[in-house]
Design a protein around this ligand. Structure first.
Ligand SMILES: [Zn+2]
Length: 460
């Protein structure tokens, strides 16, 4: 096998400057169609690919909402394709909270600072450079290598990955994909540390509650039907919602694969002891505890409440928006029945509307992509091993999983990137990525295709 290590010149001269430019392009997605401006970063990447003589295509779903794709054709028919999927947009940053310019891309103390440094422009940059260097090496892979940098991941993907899958499937089609949300270190303990490879995601069932009351004067509240009171009680009841624990195949694999002490693992898989075990784990590894909690149940988070207009008017309507995350097999009907059960008598005055639904899905672990990833991880971090993670959040990967693609969330990170650290920096203040992690991430994406296709060949 050919050893390809990133030279310092490539790291400092190409990868880091590309990441800095992507950060400086400031493709901030605030959820509106006018935001994002991903066309800036799509052009940056197109120029970068051109400098390697690689053709790429920019696809715009709406003015300025651009994604960019490139494909290295494989040499043998019937071979699977491998895709690198990333996104160009970032969430807004509150400048005053930061100790660096969020859009400066400054290199300081061994880190590149800026919004998107971790989520996920460093991966965008390392995937792009790995793709380009492979193209330049002229080493023909058996199957296609696909590069997709999508717009609009930070909203709903409607102007990015979802749109690409629905309208340009022939161009983005991949049998296997590596995208974001993994690579952090977690669940250390007995003899090693786990590194998360995200293999599945919960689904979403975003719900709006609409409460009805009767308008009246605030000075005469006796026997009034106040929508504020109704919506307040509903939110309180839903905050206390006690879901049934569900130990899915995905959850069991995540617990089994971790390096937690045996007793703790057993408790995490026992309905009567799980919650106490989570409290215990929370004291040593809060990030992991939150992940296990989310992976073992439906969660309800009432995040937006709107009611009332004036201090002396009894409000006649109010709404609450619930971020509900569902497990495999949990349907719209199930979610509605759980809300109704929790609301009890309040249900009379409340209408339930599911405003967005996407089912949970996961990818199998016994694949050449998982094997190839494990091999690279093992060579770099001998005391760690990949743990299949089932996450509460969603990524663009879900649109591809729906089409039958095997999707993992992974990047190779330095061992100081713990789950807790990752969770605090992503969408948080002072987001940054270590140059060491960038180097390892590049190492992974440049080695992966060759090792992946070797594993495919072994299976054939
Ligand atoms: Zn992201």
């Amino acid at each position: 096998m050919i050893e390809k290590t990133s030279s310092p010149a490539l790291l400092e001269g190409t990868i880091v400057p590309l990441l800095q430019e992507l950060i400086r392009n400031r493709c901030v997605n605030d959820g509106t169609a006018e935001s994002g401006g991903e066309i800036r970063s799509a052009r940056t990447l197109q120029k970068f690919f051109s400098s390697y003589g690689i053709e790429s295509e920019i696809l715009e779903s709406a003015p300025g909402r651009a994604s960019i794709i490139a494909r290295l054709p494989g040499g043998e028919p019937g071979q699977p394709s491998l895709g690198y999927l990333n996104h160009l947009d970032v969430v807004p940053a509150n400048d005053e909270d930061w100790t660096a310019n969020p859009y400066g891309g400054e290199v300081r103390g061994g880190y590149v600072w800026g919004r998107g440094a971790l989520d996920m422009l460093s991966t965008t940059a390392t995937q792009a450079v790995a793709f380009a260097e492979l193209a330049r090496s002229k080493a023909r892979l058996p199957g296609d290598l696909v590069f997709v940098a999508a717009a609009d991941e930070e909203a709903s993907g409607r102007l990015g990955a979802r749109w690409l899958v629905e309208n340009h499937w022939d161009k983005v089609k991949s049998d296997y994909i590596v995208t974001e949300l993994g690579g952090f270190f977690s669940t250390g303990g007995e003899g090693g540390t786990g590194i998360a490879v995200t293999v599945g995601e919960k689904g979403i069932a975003w719900t709006k509650l609409k409460a009805r009351g009767v308008a009246g004067h605030g000075s005469l509240p006796w026997h009034s039907e106040n929508a504020a009171a109704t919506i307040g009680r509903a939110v309180a009841r839903l905050s206390d919602y006690a879901p049934r624990l569900v130990f899915s195949r995905e959850y069991e694999a995540m617990v089994a694969g971790s390096f937690l002490p045996r007793g703790l693992k057993a408790a995490l898989l026992s309905s009567s002891r799980c919650d106490r075990a989570l409290e215990k784990l929370r004291r040593s590894d809060e990030g992991a505890a939150k992940f296990f909690h989310a992976a073992s149940r439906l969660t309800v988070s009432p995040n937006v409440v709107a009611v009332g207009s004036k201090i002396n008017i009894v409000p006649d309507r109010g709404t609450a928006e619930l971020d509900i995350r569902i497990l495999p097999g949990q349907t719209v009907e199930y979610v509605i029945s759980e809300i109704k059960r929790t609301l009890g008598d309040l249900g009379r005055d409340i209408q339930i509307e599911i405003i967005e639904y996407f089912p949970s899905a996961s990818s199998p672990v016994d694949t050449p992509l998982y094997e190839a990833t494990s091999e690279i991880v093992g060579a770099v971090h001998p005391l760690a091993r990949p743990v299949p993670f089932f996450i509460g959040g969603v990524t663009d990967g879900r649109f591809f999983r729906k089409m039958g693609t095997v999707v993992y969330g992974f990047m190779l990170a330095n061992d100081d990137l713990t789950l807790t650290e990752y969770a605090s920096l992503v969408h948080g203040k002072d987001e940054r990525v270590s140059v060491k992690t960038i180097e390892l991430s590049y190492h992974y994406f440049s080695r992966l295709p060759e090792i992946f296709f070797d594993k495919v060949r072994l299976e054939q």
